[in-house]
Each structure stands twice: as C-alpha cells, then as structure tokens.
Unconditional design. Structure first.
Length: 642
C-alpha cells in the first residue's frame, strides 16, 4: 500500500494503467476530457485492449457542467480501440480505479484536471493487495448492477430519449435525442422491473427560439410563453412585412423533437400484459430492435428506420384470410409476390388467380423463384349457365324463337346439355342451327346464327369456339396433378370479363370441393384484382348477384375455407368495389397507400380491426410502406416491406 500525494496521483495512475490487460474499472463522480484522455493514451501506447467500464454521477445539471461533452467525444473516439461501457448513477460520489487484479487507486480525487493536475490538495492510496482489490471490484459491480442506493442508467446506442411530463399508464411523452425515430416506431423501456413496449403515434418538432414551449401538459394543450411575446409581433398596427421579418428572427434556435407514444403494455415472452401504473418521468427509452412479439411466421419487412424485423403468421392467413389493399404503384402486388416466396415452404400449395399474367414472370425474374407452374389459359368462351350462354349469343345478334314455341324449349335443352357436358361452343351452335332448320317458321334465324359465329371468330379467334374441353382439362390437371408449390392461373388472354369470372368461379369451386374432400388442404388462394371476381356492386359488365360464380365461391371460401385449411388472400386497389362480405371475413390486413375517400370509408366499415387512426394515415404512406394489422400480427405495425 502506498500513499499518493496530489502531485503524483496522475502519474501513478498512468503507470498502473500501462499494465492493464483485461479490465479497467473507473468510478469517478466527474471526469474531464484531458484526465480520461491521459489515462487511455497510456494504455493505448502499450497495445493492450482491455474492457473499460466508466461510472459517472448524474444527479443534477451541475454534474454535466463539470463532466463536459468533450469527455464523451474522447470516449467515443477510444471506442475504436477499446470495448468501453458507460453508466450514470444518481448518488455516486466514490472515486477509485481498479486495474485487473493488480492495482487499485482509492482517494479523494476525481478524474478531472483539478483533481489530477494538482489544482486541489487531494490524496489517494495505491493498493496492491489482491483481496482488497477484489473487494473494490465487487463494490464497483454492486453499483454497476444497481444493487445500491440510487438509480443507474447504462448508456447504449439504443437509447433515443427520455420520458417527460406527464407520466401516465397508457401513454408517454418522450424527449427525443435521435432523429431516426419516426411515427410507427416501437420503443421499449423498463418500469417496475418489467420491460414495456410503446408505439410512436405522433412526433412534433419544437424550435427553442419560436413561441411554443416544449414543456407541455399534453400535445392538445401546449403552454405558451408570456403574452407580451405575442403582442410584440402580432400587433395589427404593424405592417405584415415587419411581422414576417420578426418571425424569421424567431426561428433561428435549435429544434427539439418530442414524441407521443401509446404504451402497449409490458412483455412476458411473446405476450403483452396491460400497463396499469404511471411511467416514471426520466425513464430512458430505447428503439426496439429485437422483440419476440413480432417473430412468429415469415418475415415481411422492418419497422422504418429500425432493424426490428416484422413477421406475419402464415397459419393465421390460412385459417382466417388476409386482405392486401392499396392504390396502383403503392407496392401491394410486389408484397404479395414476396410473401408467396416466403410462404411456399409452409404450405402444400399456393394458387394464384392472375388476370394480367404478371406473377409467374415476376416470381422467376425478380425473386429467382422457379417453383411455379404457369397455367396460361387461352382466350375462350366458357359459361356455366345456359341462360348466360343464350344472353352471350344474343349480344352478337342471334335471334331465338318465341319462348312459347317447341323450338325454343328444344334450344334451351340443348344449351343446358352443352353447358353441363362442357361441349365446345362450335358444336352447340351447330345443334341450335339444326333445330332452327327443322322448323320452316324459324329457318331464317340461322342467318343470324351464322353471322354471329363469324363475328365471334373474328373477335375471339376460331380456337375459342372449340377449346372449352381442353381449357377445363388444363385447369383440372393443374389443380390435381401439378408438382409445383405455386400454381398461377394466367388469364391475361381471356378478354371477356364475364367469362374470366366464370373461369375463376370454376377454379374456386374445384378448390373448395377438393379442400372439403381432403379435410386439411393446407393451401392458400391469391385473388388478384379481387374487385374483378367478387364485386360489391355490378362492376362494368360483371354482375354482383348470385349468378356471379366467382363471387359466390369467393364468399364460400371466405366463410368456410378455414374449416379445411383453405385460406384466401384478397388483393385490390379498389376496396370499395370488393364484396364487403369477403373483406369482413379477412382477419389480417396489409394496407398500402389509399387515397380515394370511398375506399378509405369501405376499409373502416368492413374491417373491424382497422382504427380511424390508421385510416387517416393511409393516404400519406410512401411506396413500399404498409400498416399491418389483425390476427396475423400480435400488434398493429407500420412496416417497410423488404
């Protein structure tokens, strides 16, 4: 043991620091830049790389008039060479340094210029007794681990702010230190020994030279400075030009960011329990970068400006369906294709009804995903109801006998038989022609039939009158025999929207029946441009009634598919035109940018889990950003799709 006088404390400290190989513990109420730099330089010159822990006092503002900001510039610089950790303690006044198990220096001197340069009369003791050094080391970690009187905060890059007034159980206001924090970000903090989770709802920027005082009683009721500050500028007798100039001079100060966040509760594993007690003012708040609560399922992206991954539960999509809604160009279709590639390993099959023929190429070229069966459906004329087929022929100028005639009944019978047996249209037309030729009274109607056939061939191609059986066989084989994980029904060549809907209805019906037969299909259907297949009201030529086969089976799958493991993903840029019943059955929603008021209102009315707060923000979303809510995610989140 050696007594150190005020004029040789620093030199002895540096001499001991040179010997540090593993661990340097510094406990000093205050530090100055020159003091800490001198010690760290001594270690660096000898090439050792110990772990360094620094304990400082944070009790009153005066503490950081002594421990100036340059101290942390020095410490941040030396983090390039050493593993440095820093913590603040509210009641710290002890001064000692521990160098491995070799030396300890205990005394009255802080690691400041006045303490180490001889400006003050200080005294210290150099200890080389291993038992005493170990006791000091244990005492250091007793403070470090918050086992003593007072509070400790360990500095971390994750700390982005502190809880400000008022402290409440269900919401907090935060002084932000990090401009990366954005609306929708998730924050964590510790309160009463538990880890809490909060979501940022609003961020405000305050200018310290302008009028608004950042110390508020809530964002709705800010406290203002003295009235004379207003009357000085807003005197109506003063010209507007002077007022503009005066206001410009008020906006030169620093910006202070504050956030209002909803406290979602405290975490127990993947579960959230309600917050019931007010959060303590001054609590440090961190960006949430690793939470089990978002880890179930397949990754779809991150919280903006954060490394926090967001996953979506495939089981919830399969059993309770999902809606993906957003304007053209908002990123919804890219998201669905990305999701398909990530869901494929979790499902038996994914079936896509693709009206524009984009999915197969996109999956293969953009995502290098080759496990795709591109089932290209040629232009055809398939209608599964004889009345629809008769109306189709009428639209091309075909005249039929009077409804009371035998010829009419015979034609109706032939149409019904043709539809039931999936005969080709060319054969059905020939049979109708034969019926008309047998009756002298209606023989002249064959001219209309011949003319209609010519027009249909010109418009659809001659193959479209003969390929009905082939098309249905192709669909059946794809559903029953395809070896690929993803089966895309590419309908870009099908011109007529009613026929496209009929084909989609046939596919949905086949999948519905197959699912019921298997009991657990473990598959998902993607209904792209869902307003074309399951409209809320008549959409162009497309009916919204029971005769719309695709809508009928989309609604059946939406209501019953969960019983046998057949999920539905409804994709549309026009939510207002999609069947409200189908939308209401989707229990997970991925909402991209939506601008149209009718669409926004339809979302709010049809989807129970979407709050007005989310709806109000949809029109401002950037491309590739979406709100995800519902049963597929534990907590509603703003996600940057990646």
């Amino acid at each position: 043991m050696e007594i150190l006088e005020y004029d040789n404390i620093l030199s002895k400290l540096c001499e001991c620091a040179k010997c540090c190989e593993n661990e340097l513990l510094i406990c000093s109420a205050w530090i100055t830049a020159e003091g800490i730099k001198t010690v760290l330089d001594a270690i660096r010159r000898f090439g050792n790389k110990p772990k360094i822990k620094v304990l400082l006092r944070a009790c009153e503002p005066k503490d950081f008039e002594i421990t100036e900001h340059d101290v942390f510039n020095v410490l941040n610089f030396y983090k390039n060479y050493f593993d440095i950790s820093i913590a603040f303690h509210s009641h710290l006044h002890a001064k000692f340094v521990v160098v491995d198990d070799k030396y300890a220096i205990v005394g009255s001197a802080n690691l400041t210029e006045s303490g180490l340069r001889g400006y003050n009369i200080e005294v210290a003791m150099l200890i080389d007794d291993k038992d005493s050094i170990e006791r000091l080391r244990e005492y250091f970690f007793k403070i470090w681990n918050n086992e003593t009187k007072g509070n400790i905060i360990h500095l971390s890059d994750e700390i982005v702010g502190f809880v400000s007034n008022p402290g409440m159980a269900n919401s907090i206001e935060v002084f932000l230190l990090d401009p990366r924090v954005c609306e929708g970000a998730f924050l964590t903090f510790h309160h009463n020994g538990k880890k809490y989770l909060a979501r940022v709802e609003k961020i405000l920027s305050w200018n310290t030279d302008f009028f608004l005082n950042p110390f508020t009683q809530g964002f709705e009721n800010p406290l203002f400075p003295q009235p004379r500050d207003f009357s000085f500028i807003f005197d109506h007798e003063k010209p507007k030009e002077w007022q503009i100039g005066a206001l410009i001079t008020r906006s030169k100060g620093e910006d202070l960011l504050t956030a209002k966040a909803t406290v979602l509760g405290y975490l127990e594993g993947r579960k959230l329990k309600p917050s019931l007690s007010p959060i303590k003012v001054g609590t440090p708040v961190m960006l949430a970068n690793d939470l089990q609560v978002f880890s179930k399922g397949v990754k779809i992206g991150n919280v903006p400006n954060s490394s926090l991954d967001i996953c979506i539960d495939v089981e919830e999509i399969k059993s309770k369906h999902m809606a993906v809604l957003g304007t053209t160009g908002s990123g919804k279709s890219h998201f669905v294709k990305l999701l398909i590639t990530r869901m494929a390993d979790h499902l038996h099959k994914i079936f896509v009804l693709d009206p524009h023929g984009e999915y197969s190429r996109y999956l293969k070229e953009i995502f290098n995903f080759d496990d795709v069966d591109d089932v290209e459906i040629p232009n055809t004329i398939i209608l599964f109801d004889h009345e629809k087929l008769m109306d189709f022929l009428k639209s091309y100028g075909v005249c039929f006998p009077h409804s009371s005639s035998n010829a009419y009944s015979e034609i109706q019978s032939k149409l019904a038989e043709g539809v039931t047996n999936c005969k080709c249209l060319k054969e059905i037309i020939s049979e109708i022609e034969s019926i008309l030729r047998k009756d002298v009274k209606y023989k002249h109607l064959t001219n209309y039939l011949t003319n209609a056939k010519k027009i249909i061939e010109e418009e659809y191609g001659s193959e479209a009158l003969e390929n009905q059986g082939e098309v249905l066989k192709t669909i059946d084989n794809a559903i029953e025999k395809s070896s690929k994980k993803v089966v895309v029904f590419n309908m870009r060549n099908v011109d007529n929207p009613i026929i496209r809907s009929e084909i989609a209805g046939y596919i949905l019906r086949k999948l519905f029946i197959l699912g019921k037969k298997l009991g657990d299909f473990n598959s998902v259907i993607v209904l792209e441009e869902a307003h074309n297949f399951a409209p809320e009201r008549g959409y162009g030529e497309l009916s919204a009634g029971r005769e719309n086969l695709s809508k009928l089976y989309a609604e059946k799958i939406a209501s019953e598919g969960r019983k046998f493991g057949l999920g539905l993903i409804v994709v549309s840029q026009r939510p207002a035109q999609v069947s409200k019943y189908v939308l209401s059955q989707t229990n997970t929603q991925v909402l991209f940018r939506i601008i149209n008021d009718n669409d926004l209102n339809a979302i709010e009315k049809s989807i129970e889990s979407v709050s007005r707060n989310i709806v109000d923000k949809l029109s401002d979303l950037k491309t590739g950003y979406a709100f995800v809510t519902g049963t597929g995610i534990e907590i509603p989140a703003l996600v940057e799709i990646r």
